[in-house]
Design a protein. Structure first.
Length: 282
């Protein structure tokens, strides 16, 4: 039977598939829309399978919270063009919403199918690379940099949760997320540093002192003090709380938090934080 351009457009509006694929599906289905949709889905699944081996080195990251839970996810794709596509952006936002609404904590078949459905339409390989779901302590500060290049979640706690309704506390929370996006700290504080890594760095600094002609003859107490000084400098570079605050480098992040908390006679602390970067899958 003859397939009209109007029918092709109608099927395209329903499915989002390409015009030629819609015409092909309608022809095979003899004009039956339900059957044509089924054929398109089968065509899409076949196309997805063919694209699975294509490299996905571009992408976008997302973060969303409902006040009780927060979700961060990383979606990858083949090209920067698709990473900026509105349908790709909507896919990430929709996955975040589904995760929060249904209480998912890990990638599952439903989420994979959402990705595969868009692959069938856009015809480019994509993957849900990483997903983290966090229980919000008192307040979750979120931030997206650029067109989904970096996504940040800073999970905050207070003995007076109501202070997160205060303007200065909200500003601080937002600035902490900006700080994490800018500096990408490796650890929250010195206590959270991997001990093996810490001992390795301490050993390196000690070796540097022992090899320095001016220092190697110094008393052990002096050399130990020099090594401790180097460790403190390291903490200020890699630990969130010890880094110089992005909005005022005359104070550390920990000091900036304490300053605002004191105004409200409260305690504020960072429980945990996450920084996702587009195209980085680790």
């Amino acid at each position: 039977m003859a397939i009209s351009a109007q029918d092709v457009k109608k099927l395209r509006d329903i499915t989002g598939a390409g015009m030629m694929d819609c015409k092909k599906a309608l022809t095979q289905a003899n004009g039956d829309f339900a059957q044509a949709e089924k054929i398109l889905k089968e065509m899409g699944l076949a196309a997805v399978a063919k694209r699975q081996d294509r490299a996905t080195e571009n992408g976008r990251v997302f973060v969303k919270t409902d006040g009780k839970k927060a979700v961060l996810l990383s979606l990858s794709c083949e090209t920067d063009f698709v990473a900026k596509n509105k349908d790709f952006e909507k896919l990430g936002e929709d996955i975040c919403s589904v995760v929060l609404e249904k209480g998912y904590t890990a990638v599952n078949d439903e989420l994979h199918q959402m990705v595969n459905d868009l692959i069938a339409i856009i015809k480019e390989n994509m993957a849900l690379e990483k997903l983290v779901v966090v229980d919000v302590a008192s307040y979750a500060a979120t931030y997206i940099h650029g067109e989904g290049a970096v996504a940040v979640l800073v999970n905050l706690s207070s003995d007076k949760p109501e202070i997160f309704q205060e303007e200065d506390v909200r500003v601080l929370s937002h600035d902490l997320a900006l700080h994490a996006a800018a500096f990408k700290p490796q650890f929250l504080n010195a206590e959270s540093i991997d001990k093996a890594y810490e001992e390795e760095q301490r050993g390196i600094f000690l070796a540097q002192v022992e090899q320095d002609e001016k220092l190697k003859s110094k008393p052990e107490k002096v050399k130990s003090g020099i090594v401790n000084g180097k460790m403190q400098k390291l903490y200020s570079e890699i630990c969130f709380e010890d880094q110089k605050f992005v909005k005022d480098d005359s104070k550390s992040v920990k000091e900036a938090i304490a300053e605002v908390a004191k105004k409200h006679d409260a305690k504020i602390s960072i429980v945990n934080y996450y920084v996702f970067q587009a195209g980085v899958n680790g």
